[in-house]
Every structure is written in structure tokens, then in C-alpha cells.
Write a protein that binds this ligand. Structure first.
Ligand SMILES: [Zn+2]
Length: 139
């Protein structure tokens, strides 16, 4: 698990590159996870995930907002999705934070990939290939 700030920063950088580039390649097969959706549709996904996982923390409030520096965020029980990030990919990323994974590290990516395969319908083999392409560590 990266603990030093430099490793943490590199991990985050690689993860963001993977998220912003990988799913737009591959013959656009995975564009459904980056397609912009309504708040209602994304809330339904959040409710489904929370209902399935039943974590002991309360379900976060989901809203659309400006974001911070154009990025979506999770904090204190609230997920705010920024313009251009109102998609399954970003929602599931923020849900992983809401589940208690504070940093972008190996446990985060493992939990994220589980959600992406189940709720984003991206096969794990595709996610693993992308992780390898973008140096996103899985162990
Ligand atoms: Zn994050």
C-alpha cells in the first residue's frame, strides 16, 4: 500500500489516466460507463449498491454540483458529481470512497473493480488489462 506522498500521487495519477483514457478506446465498447446520466438514474445505482453491500455507514447523499477544480468528490456523507463526470465510472469511484477507502491504493482499486464489473458490466479481465496498461497496481 503506497504510504509515501510521492507514491500516493503517482498511484492517483495513473488511476486518473486509466479512468479518463482507457474506456474511450477499445472500439468504444465501454462508453456506457462514461455516458452522462440523470441524477435519478445514478441515484438508482447508488441505492442498488448500498442495498446489495449493506455497509454499516449510512448511504451518502448524491447530488450534482460544480465539483472542486472540476473534479467530483465524496466527503462527510455527500457525493458531488461535477459536470462531465455524471457517469457510472465516477459514481462507482466515489462510492468506493464512501465505503471507507480514503486513498487511491491497492485495496481501493480492488473494491472499485468489483463494483465496475458488477454494476458497470465491465469484465474483470478488461479491467485487469487496463490496470496493466496504465500501471495501476493490483497487488
Ligand atoms: Zn478518488
Amino acid at each position: 500500500m503506497p504510504t509515501n506522498p510521492y507514491k500516493q500521487m503517482m498511484f492517483t495519477r495513473n488511476l486518473y489516466r486509466f479512468e479518463t483514457e482507457y474506456f474511450l478506446q477499445d472500439g468504444k465498447a465501454w462508453t456506457h460507463i462514461v455516458k452522462q446520466r440523470s441524477l435519478r438514474s445514478l441515484r438508482q445505482t447508488l441505492i442498488r449498491v448500498w442495498g446489495d453491500l449493506r455497509p454499516c455507514t449510512p448511504m451518502p447523499i448524491l447530488c450534482f454540483g460544480k465539483g472542486v477544480g472540476g473534479l467530483s468528490w465524496f466527503q462527510e456523507g455527500r457525493i458531488v458529481l461535477a459536470p462531465g463526470q455524471r457517469d457510472l465510472l465516477t459514481l462507482l469511484h466515489e462510492i468506493v470512497h464512501a465505503l471507507g477507502y480514503g486513498h487511491h491504493n491497492v485495496p481501493f482499486v480492488k473494491a472499485y473493480f468489483k463494483l465496475l464489473s458488477k454494476y458497470g458490466k465491465v469484465p474483470l479481465r478488461v479491467l485487469r488489462r487496463g490496470a496493466a496498461d496504465y500501471n495501476v497496481a493490483l497487488k
